[in-house]
Write a new protein. Structure first.
Length: 342
């Protein structure tokens, strides 16, 4: 019997960097590939450097020739512009600078910027509606809420799992903060919180990004704060394994694999009440803490775990149990069913 062919439309940044999105594509492809289905990842460059480049990127996806496939799964913006009669979207996010982060990025937008935003909303709305897209699944409640608020499209939440799952738990020694060093991730909140931490706790930061120089400057000569830069998967696992707690405090995060990685490592998570999906996954006082995005508040939670290491262990174990139901298998079943491919 001939295998059904499915394309995953992957959005690749101009820089070629690998991150959470690329892990998402790999995990999705791995779970869908079977004796009856062959999956191919179509990596398409997305340039968001200016509005003209964004328009060209939208057109690039619209012009894709995909007739050789029996089904197509689009992912983040603007992959869903593709044309195929059997198209399902598993949305990571739209271009957030034109959605929930518009006011954050453009506090005094020009008329031209407002027109650009309307244009993007119109294109996204048309592309994601039936019959161009048979079903819309999203990676979290935050993304679902965003689609409803801005372009009035409902969707079904379908949590992704991890494609790399060698996480373990050893000791409870330090604060660990992995991820991209970007202003939306608010690493600065934790660095500022360290000024109020009166315990012998180290903060280890792993990752790179646009704001690294600013964050290093903010940390100054505080010897408790260590920047590890980019680390390998093996190094990442070890850093998680020996952490006391993982602060993950982005603003309106779409999903955040860091929450899952922390819980798989049996570590509690501190997040904020405006952090988006992590605040849906973390249960305050059960597997971590949810607090206001205030350095003093965060510092008090960090000190709590130092003072109560047994609570850190207990909450970490609760975290591991709380995500046991999240698997790639359930994702695969849902998507294949929506594509009517069995």
């Amino acid at each position: 019997m001939k295998k059904k062919r499915i394309a995953i439309i992957a959005v690749q940044p101009v820089s070629g960097e690998r991150g959470g999105a690329e892990r998402f594509y790999d995990g999705l492809a791995s779970t869908l590939n079977s004796s009856k289905v062959h999956v191919h990842i179509e990596n398409i460059i997305s340039d968001e450097s200016n509005f003209e480049a964004i328009q060209e990127t939208y057109l690039r996806f619209y012009d894709l020739e995909l007739s050789a496939y029996d089904g197509v799964i689009s992912t983040k913006a603007p992959a869903y512009l593709i044309r195929h009669s059997n198209h399902v979207c598993y949305l990571q996010h739209t271009m957030r600078a034109f959605y929930d982060m518009f006011k954050y990025e453009f506090p005094r937008p020009t008329k031209e910027l407002m027109k650009q935003r309307e244009f993007i909303h119109a294109l996204d709305s048309a592309a994601l509606r039936y019959p161009r897209t048979k079903r819309v699944f999203v990676i979290g409640n935050e993304v679902r809420k965003r689609l409803l608020e801005y372009i009035y499209i409902d969707s079904e939440v379908l949590y992704q799992s991890l494609d790399y799952d060698s996480f373990k738990c050893n000791s409870y020694e330090y604060i660990f903060m992995p991820g991209r060093l970007h202003r939306w991730k608010r690493v600065d909140l934790i660095i500022k919180a360290m000024k109020y931490v009166n315990r012998p706790l180290m903060l280890r930061i792993a990752g790179a990004g646009e704001d690294e120089i600013k964050l290093r400057k903010l940390a100054g000569d505080d010897k408790r704060i260590v920047f590890h830069g980019r680390v390998s998967d093996e190094e990442l696992v070890d850093l998680y394994a020996n952490a006391l707690v993982i602060p993950f405090v982005p603003i309106k995060e779409d999903f955040g694999l860091i929450t899952l990685e922390s819980f798989r490592s049996c570590k509690p998570v501190i997040t904020c009440n405006d952090s988006g999906e992590p605040a849906y996954i973390v249960r305050d006082g059960k597997n971590g803490f949810i607090c206001p995005p205030d350095p003093k508040e965060i510092a008090s939670k960090l000190e709590y775990f130092y003072d109560h290491p047994e609570a850190a262990k207990k909450m970490g174990l609760h975290g591991a149990e709380s995500i046991r139901h999240i698997t790639w298998e359930q994702v695969g079943e849902k998507l294949l069913s929506a594509l009517k491919i069995k």
